[in-house]
Each structure stands twice: as C-alpha cells, then as structure tokens.
Design a binder for this molecule. Sequence first.
Ligand SMILES: Nc1ncnc2c1ncn2[C@@H]1O[C@H](COP(=O)(O)OP(=O)(O)O)[C@@H](O)[C@H]1O
Ligand SMILES: [Mg+2]
Length: 242
Amino acid sequence: MKQPVIHASNITRELKLGSHIVHALRGVNLDIYPNEMVGIIGPSGSGKSTLLGIIGGLDSPTDGTIAIDGVDITRMDEGQLTDIRNQKIGFVFQFFNLIPTLTALENVALPIEFAHERRHKPFERAKQLLDQLGLGGRLHHRPNELSGGQQQRVAIARALANDPPILLADEPTGNLDSRSGETVLEALANIRAENGATVVLVTHDPSLAERMDRVLTLVDGRIEPGNGLKNAATNDSQLADY
Ligand SMILES: Nc1ncnc2c1ncn2[C@@H]1O[C@H](COP(=O)(O)OP(=O)(O)O)[C@@H](O)[C@H]1O
Ligand SMILES: [Mg+2]
C-alpha cells in the first residue's frame, strides 16, 4: 500500500457567522495518492474552498485529522503550517494574484528568492517553468499585457517555483473563456505528468471535471457517497497498486 499524500479523516469545520454557526464541512474522509489528479465539484457554498484551505494548511478543522505526506498537521500552529505550505503546497486561485508591477519572469522568480532553502537559481528556474507552460515568449510581459489564460499559467508556474509535491487549484479557470481554460487544464495535466505533482482541482465546470482521474462531489459539507471512482477506467490499475 502506498501512503496517501493527502489523508483527511472525519473533517468538520464550523464557522461563526454572527450568532449562528455555519457547518462548512460535516465529516469529510478522503485519501489522495501521489501523482493523482482529483477534481472536487459541488454547488456554491458546499465547502469546496474550505476543504482546499484545510488540505493546504491555510485553515484548520474544528474536528477530525488531516495529514500531508504522512505528517499530521491538524494541531500545528501558524508557524509550523507556514513551513508545511512552503515545502509542500502550491496554490492557484481563481483570481491570479500576480504582482502587477513585476514581469512574468519576476513573478515566478520571487518565491524562489524568498525560499529558506533555495533549490534553484531563481531566474533560471522561472524561465524553465514558463517555457514548460508555453510562455517562453512572454517572459518580460507584465500581467496586464497578458491574456487571462496566460496570467493563470504564470500563476501556475509561480505555484510550482519551489517544487511543491502538491498543487491545489481553486476554480483556476473560473474567470477564463473555455479556450483559455483549456490551456490552463493542459498546463496542469503536463505538470502532473512531467513534475510528478499531485493535483487537486476545484471546479464547477463538468467538462474539466471529466478529465480528472476521479471526481469527488461535495454537497452541503459532505462528500457524496459512492463518489470518487467516476473516471475509474483510467484509474483501476493505479488503485490496484495501492
Ligand atoms: N469566513 C467565513 N465565515 C463564515 N462562513 C463562511 C466563511 N467562509 C465560508 N463560509 C461558509 O461556509 C460554507 C462553505 O463555503 P466555501 O467553502 O467557500 O464553499 P464553496 O467553495 O463550495 O463555494 C458556506 O456556507 C459559506 O458561506
Ligand atoms: Mg469556493
């Protein structure tokens, strides 16, 4: 049995909203294995972003446990979580969150320059990633000189700058037309294939979800039963190994 790279056990997350409590997650169990590409879909408000935030150490569960690479992060303090995020997680958000005054190359190099232990030469690595994502001709463009799909690919390159084994993407194509969305999905698929990353993608686009190894559907803070083996044709042999 391979160890899951993400292991969540009975996760609940309660949030206070004024005087009442919102049950954002109501007992989520999941195991995601190395190099999988897993989609999370579900209606707005079903807890997708909350779950991704907990997987990525941006938030902590009210109850239950979450382990990343076999390390229980459930009760870690903010400093420890920051270390885990820096070492293990790359985030891609719906709004690309690039720094407008920096070029594509500089945006991607920045997290390498800030890394505690530098694994790469910042600009060399940034160029290599941008090349890999089809942006070799846009290195010196600023975000407002790039299309939405190109900006999102820069954001993916930035998320990968320090080689995180896990890439978490929250509706990364939510702001893009379908063609740009396609280039972003292709970029994620390539990264998974070439860099060996594990990818978890939140989307409400069924055509993107179809292309994941498997899809988990969240409804009202729970994963729908019987879920997760939808695209099993490509996945049976993989699962047999686990
Ligand atoms: N900071 C917060 N304070 C209070 N309620 C929140 C907060 N963040 C999210 N929620 C609530 O938690 C539930 C799940 O939200 P979210 O994870 O953002 O859903 P999704 O990403 O699926 O749209 C929703 O009911 C939402 O209103
Ligand atoms: Mg969300």
